[in-house]
Design a protein around this ligand. Sequence first.
Ligand code: ADE
Length: 252
Amino acid sequence: MRIDVISLFPEFIRESAALGVVGRAGERGLLQVQAWNPRDYATDNYRRVDQRPFGGGPGMLMLAEPLAACLGAAKAADPAPAHVVYLSPQGPRLTQARVRELAAMPRLVLLCGRYEGLDERFIEREVDEEISIGDYVLSGGELAAAVLVDAVGRLQEGALNHADSASQDSFEDGLLDCPHYTRSEAAGTEGVPAVLLSGDHAAIARWRRQQSLGRTWLRRPDLLARARLDAADRALLADFIRQWQAIQPPRA
Ligand code: ADE
């Protein structure tokens, strides 16, 4: 997969894409991330990339012309059709389900806004989708683009070392992940749930599923309300809730 990122801070994009799993995906040829700077497409002597908005008021917008020229160059760099995403707090919030869909596309172009954002006509003309990474405002789209590159990059076939580790992640089935315990010389097995030491793989799988359901119930009831649970899941959760209620201190 190829991802082109249009940003006034291309170094940040290059450096973040070179780290960890995503960096390795790049080395393995599974993911190609290229950063483009609209300033390289500015035509005036000052290489200006910002402009005052119509209607006045504080704040500047990104100048449309260098951005359009930069986007044109990025698109033309590869014949594969590009899905253009503008990272913005105005978009729908990113979910793991959407990440999976984006990860299956051959090519993305990510637009990172700075200042107060982009000209609305440019968005209407050029952008296929706006995406927000959460209900808070960042000072630019770069961190959001790095989040998207990471989430999509790690799902490229062969990027993760254990083939099944993505399918066990939080959110892959709409639930949070179960707790994990590392083998440690210093801490030994103290505080590790006995079932994990039992060697009984069916019991371990059941316990993990129950923890995943229970954690989601405790921490993210909104996710649980949308998750599809079968009868076995519902029984595990009911059992978790009973155990949890039994250890709650009495209310004063
Ligand atoms: N740019 C500024 N804030 C953002 C957010 N929350 N998500 C995506 N892009 C942004």
